[in-house]
Design a protein around this ligand. Structure first.
Ligand SMILES: [Zn+2]
Length: 53
């Protein structure tokens, strides 16, 4: 894995940079980054659904 600079938004599947991501959260020991507040809220309402990958 060499593309450590990019994370995948688990809600919409978009690639986001941890540096520029609007918001992030930690769930089950993993940090997730989101492209928008909307995706963050969607994730936080049902994290298990999106984090299961
Ligand atoms: Zn998103």
């Amino acid at each position: 894995m060499t593309d450590t600079d990019t994370m995948r938004d688990p809600v919409c599947g978009m690639d986001v940079s941890p540096v520029t991501s609007v918001t992030s959260t930690e769930y089950d020991g993993t940090t997730y980054h989101f492209c928008s507040e909307d995706c963050y809220h969607t994730f936080s309402e049902n994290p298990a659904q999106y984090a299961s990958a």
